[in-house]
Design a protein around this ligand. Structure first.
Ligand SMILES: [Zn+2]
Length: 304
């Protein structure tokens, strides 16, 4: 009898042990997916946020309705848990997105088969710097790409049209330059589609390239951007023009980072004083790049 009671006791203990063990395993599985993310746990992790270049697009923007969305101010995005190192290696060409199961690419450069280069100017248009840049480009007979902020384009539709009429490519750079990883999916969509609507109204066509503000994009957002018909385009050469970088230093960055297929990041909005250093240096930069045997093309051309 005593032995029988002992057996029941032993079985009970073992059952409790087994049940507890299972529960623990279940709990630890759940811990790996705290956001109950239906797709990929890694998508929800901050280190999976892409951020091109050490400063991204480098500009903190104002949302003041009375002003252009611009005003590049150095923004330290480290507080945003953005992985600054992952994408800061601008030496790498054609970096593939490794974090997204769909493998939707973020383009940092062309394939490098030919000595092609694409100049890109972000955050405009506006009425002072943009025309100056357009004149310089005309003087050298080269075409560039302008990633425009919808809100600015809405205020400067004439300049927008002029960029297009003078043969340059235009890309979507969101409506108000919000940091996409921190806003809702609905807002991201609005940011893209509102600009798209405006561009289509003014230019009469879809512009198939999108540059996320600050170059920051979460892996899961890529699906959204891709589904809206856009290629995601960042850059391989960061001039840091928005930060008041001297012409000499800008040239140093270009010489260090430029490789065939390179996409160069510059701005045509924001703090006029700081961006002016770039504009003053632009003819020198263009001449140097030409001397190296490069051909200037638009972003779409360099990605083809
Ligand atoms: Zn920007």
């Amino acid at each position: 009898m005593k032995k029988h009671i002992f057996n029941i006791f032993l079985i009970s203990i073992l059952s409790i042990f087994i049940i507890t063990g299972c529960t623990t395993v279940g709990a630890s599985d759940f811990k790996t997916n705290p956001d109950n993310n239906e797709k990929n746990v890694q998508d929800s992790l901050p280190q999976k946020i892409e951020h091109a270049g050490s400063q991204g697009c480098g500009e903190e923007t104002k949302t003041d309705q009375d002003k252009d969305v611009s005003a590049p101010i150095e923004s330290d995005r480290n507080d945003e848990n953005v992985d600054n190192n992952k994408e800061s290696n601008t030496e790498e060409e054609g970096v593939k997105d490794k974090s997204n199961p769909e493998n939707i690419a973020t383009h940092y450069s062309g394939n490098g088969d030919q000595k092609l280069v694409a100049l890109t100017f972000d955050d405009g248009p506006e009425s002072e710097l943009t025309p100056e840049i357009l004149d310089i480009l005309d003087e050298h007979d080269i075409k560039a790409t302008f990633f425009v902020i919808g809100q600015n384009a809405a205020r400067h539709t004439e300049t927008l049209r002029e960029i297009h009429d003078r043969g340059h490519e235009i890309g979507n750079h969101s409506w108000s330059h919000k940091y996409l990883p921190k806003i809702s999916k609905r807002s991201k969509k609005d940011e893209i589609l509102k600009t798209e609507e405006l561009l289509e109204d003014v230019l009469g066509k879809h512009t198939p390239i999108f540059r996320p503000p600050y170059g920051a994009v979460k892996a899961q957002d890529k699906e959204l951007i891709d589904s809206l018909g856009y290629k995601i385009v960042n850059w391989s050469v960061d001039t840091r023009d928005w930060a008041g970088t001297s012409g000499e230093q800008i040239m140093k960055y270009v010489k260090q980072q430029l490789k065939p297929g390179g996409i160069i990041l510059m701005h045509n909005s924001g703090n006029t004083k700081t961006v002016k250093n770039m504009i003053k240096t632009l003819p020198t930069m263009i001449n140097w790049i030409e001397e190296q045997g490069y051909e200037f093309v638009t972003v779409t051309e360099i990605l083809d």
